[in-house]
Ligand binder design. Structure first.
Ligand code: APR
Length: 255
């Protein structure tokens, strides 16, 4: 692979040439905030079983398994802070270089970093709702119940099942968010993909849709992805450092 500096300069030039680009992020952008991703060695799917939406609805045992994972992960989520990569995306928005962040992440760190247009394709882990009446709670309230060993929390109002506002495997994707994400992908001149293995559909087809519509792609991901062949510039370096240096170059006066 070409040395880092020339790739960085090329990526900066690409960002400077578009009116405004979009970012597409996955769990890899949050690992430097102390949150494990899913498919790296030691990732969440090595430690927990995927509980599908159907299982969640059908079995108290599956819900207990699901909530035990949440009980272990929520404290880290609540402690996590945006890292240099999140901050760089917020700076690109402030400088009018980024129209939106489309994310698969459920950690809310893009909003905490200051991005104002964040499309959450897989929902958010920061709140939970009753699947029957729609009543909603901040996740902190549910965590208290989990820590009091209530691993199958039900709604006090209607006794419905409570679930985090995330999209589980087998659960319908948020239509509005998907439509907005594809519309943005199809009208953007540049897509910056950060920290996703691009293994999960339909989210992973966003970068392909952008490319199909003529967008230029920059990928920042430690490991190879199925879409690497359509990326113009690829960084295997860490997202934090790469985004910090890239944003500095984009903001510096033209060389
Ligand atoms: N810098 C750059 N890349 C990184 C870093 C880092 N600091 N840390 C991890 N990565 C890369 C990994 O190499 C990996 O390819 O980020 C990628 C994360 O991939 P996944 O763990 O598969 O996460 P993601 O792509 O977001 O998963 C998509 O799968 O399980 C579902 O709903 C879940 O939204 C998630 C979806």
């Amino acid at each position: 692979m070409e040395r880092f500096e020339p790739r960085l300069r090329r990526a900066a030039e690409m960002l400077k040439q578009v009116r405004s680009g979009i970012a597409f992020t996955g769990a890899g952008i949050s690992t430097e905030s102390g949150l494990a991703d899913f498919r790296s060695p030691g990732g969440l799917w090595e430690r927990y079983r995927i509980v599908t939406y159907r299982e969640f609805l059908a079995s108290a045992e599956a819900r207990a398994e699901y909530w035990q994972m949440r009980r272990e992960l929520i404290p880290a989520l609540l402690k996590a802070a945006p890292n240099a990569a999140h901050r760089a995306l917020a700076e690109l928005e402030t400088k009018g270089r980024l129209a939106a962040v489309i994310t698969q992440n459920i950690d809310g760190l893009h909003q905490l970093a200051g991005n104002t247009r964040v499309i959450e394709l897989h929902g958010t882990n920061r709140s939970a709702s009753c699947l029957s009446c729609g009543r909603s709670w901040p996740i902190e309230d549910i965590q208290q119940r989990l820590e009091a060993d209530d691993l199958d929390p039900h709604c006090e109002s209607c006794n419905g099942l409570i679930k985090p506002d995330t999209v589980s495997f087998g659960q319908a994707m948020p239509e509005q968010a998907m439509a907005e994400a594809f519309a943005l992908a199809e009208q953007s001149g540049l897509l910056l993909m950060i920290g996703s293995s691009l293994e999960v559909q339909p989210a992973a087809s966003i970068p392909a849709a952008a490319h199909q519509a003529g967008a230029r792609l920059i990928f920042i991901n430690r490991t190879a992805t199925p879409l690497d062949s359509i990326a113009e510039v690829i960084f295997r370096e860490a997202a934090g450092k790469t985004m910090e240096l890239l944003t500095k170059l984009v903001s510096s006066p033209c060389q």
